[in-house]
Design a protein around this ligand. Sequence first.
Ligand code: TXA
Ligand code: MG
Length: 309
Amino acid sequence: MSVTAPTPTAVNRAAQVLREGGVVVMPTETVYGLACDALNVEAVRRVFEIKGRPSDNPLIVHVASIEQARLLTLRWSPEAETLARAFWPGPLTLVLPKAECVPNATTAGLATVALRMPRHHVCRSLIEAAGRALAAPSANVFMGISPTSADHIDPEILVEVDIILDGGPCEVGLESTVVDVSGGNPRVLRPGAVTRADIQAALGRPLGDMPPGDVRRSPGMYPRHYAPRATLRLVEKAPAGEPGLVFGEPQNENQVRMPRDPAAYGSGLYSALRRLDRAGHEVLFAELPPQSGDWEAVNDRLRKASGTA
Ligand code: TXA
Ligand code: MG
C-alpha cells in the first residue's frame, strides 16, 4: 500500500495495476472510489470483498467519454444523450440497460448499468491510461462515511490496495446524483450536486416520481447509510455547547460551523462528521438546513446519517 501524489508515473503504475486485475483508490470530484476493471469479474468480486459490501448492491462504472459509455449499454436513450451532454464530465450517474459485456457481478445481477464520466482530471487520466471503464464504489467500508480526502481512507481498505492516488480534497464532497434513464420518465434514484431542477431544465420536462418504498431500483438506498459511529440527531437548534454541526457561531471546538450555501456545505459535510466522530462523541447534533430543492442532497445525507431517511 502506498499513498502517492498523482504524478504521470504514479497514474501509469495505477493503470497497470488495474489492467492486471488489481484494485486502486482513485480521487473523483465527489468522493474517493475503490476502482477496478469494470469488466473483470474477479477484480469486481475483490472490490465487494474489500468493502464488505453485499453482492446485491451494484457498482457505478466510470468512463472517460460518452462513446465509451454508449458501448456499455444495450440502448443509449435520448434522455441519456441530453443529460450526458449537459452534465458530463461531472457528478451525475446515468442508469441504462446494460450491454452483454458488462458482467452481472458489476451490476449485482440487474439488467441495467450505472455510468458516470467524472470531472476530476486524475480520475479521467487514470481511465484513459488503463484503457478501460472502471467500476468503483465509494472507498469506505460498507455503511461508513465516504472519504473526501486521501487521509480519510479506512485502514481496512488501505491494507488491501496497492496504490492510493492522492488527488487532494474532493470538490463536491457528496456522491453523484443517480438518474434512471433506462426507459419511461427519467427518475432520480439518489440526489446529488446536480439537482432535480438542473435535470428538469436540461430535459425540458418534469422528472418521474419514485414510487414510495421502491428500493429495488436503487438497491444502495438503505435507510441507514453514510453513517458516523455516533448517533446523529437532526435539530432546529443545537443544544448549548453540544457537539455537532451548527450554522451560527460555534461555542467550542466540538461544534463545526457549516456554510449556509448548499454546495459549500456538501463539500465539507463528510470531513466535519469524520472529525467529530474521531473525537469519540456518543451523540452529535446537526442543525437542519433549509428544506428547499438546492439542499436536497445535503438533507438526504443528513437523514441517512441519522437513520431517519
Ligand atoms: O459519486 C459517486 O457516485 C461515487 C464516486 C466514486 O463515483 N460512487 C459511489 O458509488 O457513490 P457507491 O457504490 O457508493 O454508490 C452507487 C449507487 C448505489 O446507491 C447503487 O445502488 C446505485 O448507485 N446503482 C449502481 N448501479 C445501479 C443500477 N444499475 N440501478 C440502480 N442503481 C444503481
Ligand atoms: Mg457508497
